[in-house]
Design a protein around this ligand. Structure first.
Ligand SMILES: [Zn+2]
Length: 202
């Protein structure tokens, strides 16, 4: 398995997300986007696959739907992204589907690099991030997490609280990766079943 130096760091307020792990200046990061949301990343709109491949990225960033398009191109032999040798970063926005195991396996089979899912809130703020242990999502220092009727709610720097569409719980035990920050674990989409379960136990 290819290794990638991964270290959580404090998130600064910027209009673009700072990746929560150490990235050297020599690492080329490509994001499938017209305007990238990740700092340092160069944006490549969907369909500009030749330009993306020519950039020879080490890290590829995108939402699930965008990475799905990339996978389709690779599987059809129309795109070669074998330069991606550090990581895949999946951006999952609140109220969207979380990355599932089937898609993780497809990404692994196509790229053979670690996959990190970042949970993103309004105004492209980083709420929580997976670490290399893949034992949940580390809540970022300026993210405030609360729960309401089984659903996770999120606020960044005391900005208005938003619904995430996700249920789960906070784990305070030290992560196998060695970090002590709280983690969101057992995440799932909020469903009627979740709400019924919460109502039954409330
Ligand atoms: Zn961890």
């Amino acid at each position: 398995m290819k290794q990638f130096s991964y270290r959580l760091s404090a998130v600064n307020w910027h209009s673009r997300i700072k990746l929560p792990f150490l990235v050297s200046a020599r690492v080329r990061i490509a994001e499938i986007a017209t305007v990238p949301t990740v700092q340092i990343a160069r944006g490549f709109p969907c369909g500009r696959w030749d330009e993306l491949a020519a950039y020879q990225p080490h890290v590829l960033v995108g939402t699930q739907s965008e990475l799905q398009l990339v996978l389709d191109e690779i599987e059809k032999g129309r795109l070669d992204l074998s330069t991606v040798d550090r990581a895949l970063v999946v951006l999952t926005y609140t109220c969207n589907a979380l990355l599932d195991d089937v898609f993780r396996v497809r990404l692994w089979q196509a790229f053979g690099v670690p996959v990190y899912e970042l949970l993103i809130g309004p105004n492209s703020t980083l709420m929580a991030a997976e670490c290399e242990a893949h034992e949940g999502w580390h809540v970022q220092p300026e993210a405030e997490i609360s729960f309401h009727a089984g659903e996770i709610r999120y606020s960044f720097r005391s900005n208005p609280v938003v619904q995430t569409g996700w249920a789960g719980r906070l784990e305070m035990e030290r992560c196998p990766c060695g970090r002590d920050s709280a983690r969101l674990v057992g995440l799932e989409r909020v469903s009627r079943q979740t709400q019924r379960k919460f109502a039954a136990t409330a």
